[in-house]
Design a protein around this ligand. Structure first.
Ligand SMILES: Nc1ncnc2c1ncn2[C@@H]1O[C@H](COP(=O)(O)OP(=O)(O)OP(=O)(O)O)[C@@H](O)[C@H]1O
Ligand SMILES: [Mg+2]
Length: 500
């Protein structure tokens, strides 16, 4: 093995009185992918931010090329060749793709910004990722997966000696993930040291040379990737043996609770019709850009749409989230950062936002909110160092759990969950699957939009597949296979996309 380019010695970190990392020894070597894995809140992002110059350690220190180093901030780390891709995106929404890619290191020609050169370079980097985006678009105008691609392209363009990737594939589908992993192979071959994390353990098995496991801020295992199967990774992470990931499926009842007829969301979805029964879990699969999220946003009134949505036989007025919620229909967004949580607010305030009427008589009933928070902590196994912290300081996976708790507090009859386990560790995934299955057993109905095929197949009684803004078909019972889903998803690829 070559000498490490960047290493941590006995690194610790506390936030106020709470310690989240304990004496971690860790190193990164050129031409190697070192995976850091662990449950939600184990300390992965914190460790990565310390290595990337975004956070100081409160104990221990770093070495670069064998010499002690302490980065004043991430710019200094970047100047030394250490580049980090964040779990929660770090892009300026109002700036364009090009501006984000070159922020702080703009190319110039004489006294002027060289937009042509920056756009050409942005295009080239994105094309290497098979992502032909127009660099002149604003970040706010592009999809979540494309934002991830921009983050990755930006990092790729910087000739990193050390590349730190915090769950880069959480928002990507299988195909995009493959492209990214191929790019990582290329960087590794060129001698870049790569620190990588993901909750998708098969992906870790595919890409990692070495694996380090964190549990509650402690380093609990370190092995060569060849010596660790995904099952062993999972056990080292959660500290116990895991049973079957998916609970047994319930049998749906016959009563129809939701009827969507000829729903059209301009520019995204054309004439979608489907139904949902009581006690049913309906999976929605499709490639990125298939219109799944847009369809669901149209159903719950978050987007302008034409067509009819009936809940328990009664038509909903279009364009009103409130009316949908009052009819018992709620939607849990895939975009937890921009639409789901108020990151600068307390956990309590975030939790009770949708169900405020339950907590407001004359003024907000703080004690009741507090009880709800305690219950949410238990029901969803939310791990926060401190109950008073802002939602933005929760680990990524714990933010997702808070979002779930918030949605369920409104006690909906029908819940649409977009990417329910994005960024969730494998132990908690199992809890969320059991939770979804329990909802269905209690007679509630659930729509699960997911890019993880195993998740759709493991949970759903029926799977609806979308392609290019159309419903391509439905599968039920034994007909739900990976092949059948993929075939339906591809079926519409050659046809014309939905016009704006
Ligand atoms: N700024 C902060 N203030 C207070 N606590 C924090 C802060 N940042 C992180 N923490 C806490 O540190 C712990 C570790 O969080 P971290 O984000 O490193 O976890 P993680 O392993 O990346 O988890 P995930 O898989 O959910 O992303 C968590 O308990 C988290 O709430
Ligand atoms: Mg994290």
């Amino acid at each position: 093995m070559t000498d490490p380019v960047l290493s941590a010695e006995k690194v610790s970190r506390s936030f106020g009185p709470i310690q989240v990392l304990f004496d971690i020894d860790f190193d990164l070597c050129p031409g190697e992918v070192h995976a850091l894995i662990g449950e939600n809140g184990a300390g992965k992002s914190t460790m990565m931010k310390i290595l990337g110059g975004y956070l100081d350690p409160t104990g221990g220190g770093l070495r670069m090329d064998g010499k002690p180093v302490s980065f004043a901030d991430h710019r200094q780390a970047e100047a030394a060749g250490v580049i980090m891709i964040h779990q929660e995106f770090n892009l300026a929404l109002q700036l364009t793709v090009e501006q984000n890619m070159f922020l702080g290191r703009e190319l110039t020609r004489g006294p002027f910004l060289d937009h042509a050169a920056m756009q050409a370079e942005s295009r080239r980097l994105l094309e290497a990722l098979n992502c032909p985006l127009d660099p002149r678009l604003r970040i706010s105008e592009i999809s979540v997966p494309n934002r991830q691609m921009v983050e990755i392209a930006r990092a790729m363009g910087r000739n990193a000696k050390v590349l730190i990737m915090d769950e880069p594939t959480a928002v990507l589908t299988g195909r995009e993930t493959e492209i990214l992993l191929d790019q990582i192979d290329r960087l590794r071959a060129n001698g870049t040291a790569i620190l990588y994390t993901s909750h998708k353990l098969d992906e870790i098995a595919r890409i990692a040379d070495r694996i380090t496991v964190l549990r509650d801020g402690h380093l609990v295992a370190h092995a060569s990737a060849a010596d660790m199967t995904p099952d062993q990774m999972a056990e080292a992470m959660v500290g116990r043996e895991l049973s079957d990931l998916f609970p047994e499926k319930n049998v749906a009842q016959t009563e129809t609770v939701l009827e969507v007829e000829n729903l059209t969301v301009p520019g995204h979805v054309r004439n979608a019709s489907f139904t949902l029964r009581r006690g049913e879990v309906l999976g929605v699969a499709g490639l990125v850009g298939a219109g799944r999220t847009e369809l669901m946003e149209g159903v719950v009134g978050l987007r302008n749409a034409t067509g009819t949505v009936r809940v328990m036989g009664k038509p909903l007025p279009g364009g009103s989230v409130l009316a949908a919620r009052e009819a018992g229909l709620v939607y849990l967004t895939e975009d937890r950062k921009d639409k789901g949580l108020l990151l600068g607010k307390s956990l309590r305030e975030n939790l009770t936002l949708l169900a405020l009427d339950k907590f407001t008589k004359v003024r907000i009933d703080k004690a009741a909110e507090d009880r709800a928070l305690t219950k949410a902590f238990t029901d969803f196994d939310i791990r926060a160092g401190d109950r008073e912290m802002h939602a933005g300081n929760l680990s990524g996976g714990n933010q997702q759990k808070l979002l779930l708790a918030k949605t369920m507090l409104a006690d909906p009859d029908i819940v649409i969950i977009d990417e329910p386990t994005r960024g969730i560790d494998i132990g908690t995934k199992q809890q969320i699957y059991q939770f979804i299955s329990r909802l269905a057993a209690e007679g509630k109905s659930v729509i699960v939009v997911s890019s993880e095929l195993t998740e759709v197949m493991g949970l759903a009684n029926r799977v609806m597949v979308m392609g290019r803004g159309y419903i391509a078909g439905e599968l039920e019972g034994d007909a739900i296979t990976e092949n059948a889903i993929l075939q339906l998803a591809m079926k519409k690829q050659d046809e014309e996309a939905v016009p704006a």
